[in-house]
Ligand binder design. Structure first.
Ligand SMILES: CC(C)(COP(=O)(O)OP(=O)(O)OC[C@H]1O[C@@H](n2cnc3c(N)ncnc32)[C@H](O)[C@@H]1OP(=O)(O)O)[C@@H](O)C(=O)NCCC(=O)NCCS
Length: 493
C-alpha cells in the first residue's frame, strides 16, 4: 500500500516552479517491488511531465539560461518535425489505479518516431511479402519501409533509484514500442509492404551493459574529433594549441578512450595556391535550410540503393534510420532554439558541400550544447556534431563501415580537397559558436579515408560510457546479427 501526500497546488500548467512545489511523496518502504503487477506503464499528465522536466533540467539543460528555457524547449520539441503529430511519446512507470498527479513517477522516458528501412536477404523479403498479403510476385522484396522509435531521457528520481524501476520500465517500453503507432503511421513507402515498427534505438550514457541486459545491443561507438579553428591570414589556425590528451572523454565521460594520434598538419597552402583553388568546385560552400530538401532526397536515394545491394549479398539484416528532411530538421530546429536562447541569434551555416553535380561530398551539422558556454568547466560538453556525411557516387557503397570506395583505398584528389574544405569550415563554425570540438560519428570506410588524407589533425575516440548507439531488433533473428547502416549522429535522440 502506498501513502500519498497530495501536492500543495494542482497546477496542470507547465511552470517553472521548483520541483518541491508539486512533489508527491511516498514512503519508500511501502513502494511496490519492481516486479510487482501493481506497476504500470502510462503517459504522464501535463503536470507530471513538467515535474520530470524540472528534475532533468540540472543534468540536461545546463547550457540554457534558466529552467524556464528548458521547459519551453521540451514543449517546443513536441511541435517541431518528428515530435509533432504524436511522433513524440512520453512514458512513466507508476502504480496502477492511482489518479494522475497523485501517483509516484517511478521512472520516465520518451520515444520519438522516425522513418526507417531495413534490407533483408531476398528470401526473407519474400516471406515478408507473403505474410503481408502481396503474393510471391516476380520481384524480390529486398528493402522494407517502416518506422523505428528512438528512446531518450531515461530518468529515475534520486529517491527511487536502485530499486529496479528503470529496468522494469525499459522492459515494458521495449515490448510496447514493438507495435506502437505502427498501423496508424502515415508513412509513404516505396515498397508495397505496409509500414510497421522495425526496431527501436537509444543512446546510452551509462555504458554498454545496462540497456544490453534489457534487449538493446550496443553498436559501434567511435567518433573522429577535430579541434575548432579560426581564420588567420586566410588559413585556419587551431584555437586551442594544447596537445590532444592520449586519454580523454568523448562526451565528457572519463571512461571513453582515444586511440589514434593525429597526423601532423600539412603546411598551409601558399596565397597563390589558395587563390587558384578559391573558385574550384572542391571549395566548400555553406549549406542553409533551403538546400537541405534536395540533399536529403539524394541521400535517401543513395542509401536505399546501398541497402538494395546489401540485400543481394548479405545474409543478415541491415537497418537504417532514414536521413530524411525531418530527421535533419529535428536537430536543426532544436539547435535554433538553443542558440537563440543562449546567444540571441541562430546560425545560418548548417553544413557544407563541395564538388560538381553527381560527384559532390557534403556534411550537415548541428551545434549541441550541454554546458554553459562561458563556463570553463563545461569543456567538452558543447560540440559541433556532423550529423551526416554523404559522398555522392552511384557506383559505390558509401555507408558501409568496412567496404566501399576505390578498392585500392585511394580517393579522388578533388574529393579529398572538398572534404578538407568542408571540415575547415566546420572548424571555423565550431569556434565561432563556442563549441569545443567537431565530431564525426562512426565514419564509414570511405569517409575514414578522407579524414586520414585531408591533412587536418584529428583523433579517433572509442566511447565506452556515453552516447552508445544501442538497438533492439523487432524482426526475425537476433539483434546481434543486424548491421546498423549509417550509424551516424543524425539518428541520435
Ligand atoms: C540510470 C537511471 C535511469 C537508473 O535508474 P534506476 O531506476 O536506479 O535503475 P535500476 O534500479 O533499474 O538499475 C540500476 C542499474 O543502473 C546502473 N546505473 C545507474 N547509473 C549508472 C551510471 N551512471 N553508469 C553505469 N550504470 C549506472 C546501476 O549500476 C544499476 O546496475 P545493476 O542493475 O547492475 O545494479 C538513473 O540512475 C538516473 O536517472 N540517472 C540519471 C539520468 C541518466 O543517466 N539516465 C540515463 C541516460 S542514458
Amino acid at each position: 500500500m502506498v501513502t500519498i501526500q497530495h501536492p500543495p497546488s494542482s497546477g496542470d500548467a507547465v511552470t517553472a516552479s521548483p520541483v518541491s512545489n508539486t512533489r508527491v511523496s511516498h514512503h519508500e518502504s511501502t513502494l511496490p517491488d519492481a516486479s510487482s503487477p501493481e506497476l504500470v506503464l502510462v503517459h504522464p499528465s501535463p503536470a507530471e511531465l513538467a515535474r520530470t522536466w524540472r528534475h532533468t533540467y540540472p543534468s540536461w539543460g545546463a547550457a540554457l539560461p534558466s529552467e524556464r528555457d528548458y521547459l519551453d524547449r521540451e514543449a517546443y520539441l513536441t511541435m517541431a518535425p518528428l515530435g509533432r503529430d504524436g511522433g513524440l511519446t512520453r512514458w512513466i512507470l507508476t502504480i496502477r489505479g492511482l489518479p494522475a498527479d497523485e501517483r509516484p513517477i517511478l521512472s520516465s522516458c520518451e520515444s520519438l518516431r522516425k522513418r526507417a528501412v531495413v534490407a533483408l536477404p531476398a528470401a526473407k523479403g519474400n516471406k515478408e511479402r507473403r505474410e503481408n498479403g502481396f503474393g510471391e510476385g516476380k520481384e524480390e522484396v529486398v528493402v522494407v519501409d517502416g518506422i523505428a522509435h528512438a528512446i531518450g531521457s531515461v530518468f529515475t528520481e534520486p529517491a527511487y533509484r536502485g530499486r529496479g524501476y528503470a529496468s522494469r520500465m525499459m522492459r515494458e517500453v521495449g515490448e510496447r514500442l514493438r507495435t506502437w503507432q505502427a498501423e496508424r503511421t502515415p508513412i509513404i513507402t516505396t515498397t508495397n509492404t505496409p509500414p510497421r515498427t522495425l526496431f527501436s534505438i537509444l543512446y546510452s550514457d551509462i555504458g554498454k551493459h545496462f540497456y544490453a541486459r534489457h534487449g538493446w545491443a550496443a553498436f559501434p561507438s567511435t567518433h573522429v574529433a577535430f579541434k575548432p579553428a579560426s581564420i588567420t591570414n586566410g588559413s585556419p589556425s587551431v584555437t586551442n594549441e594544447h596537445p590532444i590528451s592520449p586519454l580523454r572523454n568523448g562526451n565528457n565521460n572519463n571512461n571513453d578512450r582515444s586511440r589514434v594520434s593525429p597526423p601532423p598538419s600539412p603546411p598551409s597552402p601558399s596565397p597563390a595556391a589558395a587563390h587558384a583553388t578559391r573558385h574550384s568546385t572542391a571549395t566548400a560552400t555553406p549549406i542553409g535550410y533551403h538546400e537541405l530538401a534536395e540533399l536529403c532526397a539524394t541521400d535517401e536515394r543513395l542509401l536505399r540503393a546501398d541497402l538494395a545491394r546489401r540485400a543481394q549479398i548479405d545474409i543478415t539484416a541491415a537497418a537504417a534510420i532514414l536521413p530524411d528532411l525531418d530527421a535533419m530538421l529535428w536537430h536543426l530546429m532544436r539547435e535554433d532554439f538553443m542558440t537563440k536562447r543562449i546567444f540571441g541569434r541562430t546560425p545560418t551555416v548548417r553544413g557544407a558541400v563541395a564538388g560538381s553535380p553527381g560527384r559532390r561530398v557534403w556534411a550537415v551539422w548541428m551545434r549541441g550544447y550541454y554546458g554553459c558556454v562561458n563556463d570553463s568547466k563545461a569543456e567538452g560538453k558543447n560540440i559541433l556534431h556532423i550529423l551526416r556525411v554523404v559522398i555522392e557516387d552511384d557506383n559505390n557503397n558509401n555507408n558501409d563501415s568496412s567496404k566501399g570506395g576505390d578498392e585500392r583505398g585511394e580517393e579522388d584528389e578533388d574529393l579529398v580537397e572538398g572534404f578538407r574544405s568542408i571540415i575547415r569550415l566546420a572548424q571555423r563554425e565550431a569556434a565561432a559558436w563556442k563549441t569545443h570540438e567537431v565530431q564525426v560519428w562512426n565514419p564509414p570506410a570511405r569517409v575514414g579515408r578522407l579524414v586520414a588524407k585531408c591533412g587536418i589533425p584529428y583523433e579517433v575516440v572509442e566511447r565506452d560510457m556515453s552516447s552508445i548507439p544501442s538497438l533492439m531488433w523487432y524482426g526475425e533473428g537476433e539483434t546481434g546479427e543486424v548491421e546498423w547502416v549509417a550509424n551516424e549522429k543524425y539518428a541520435w535522440f
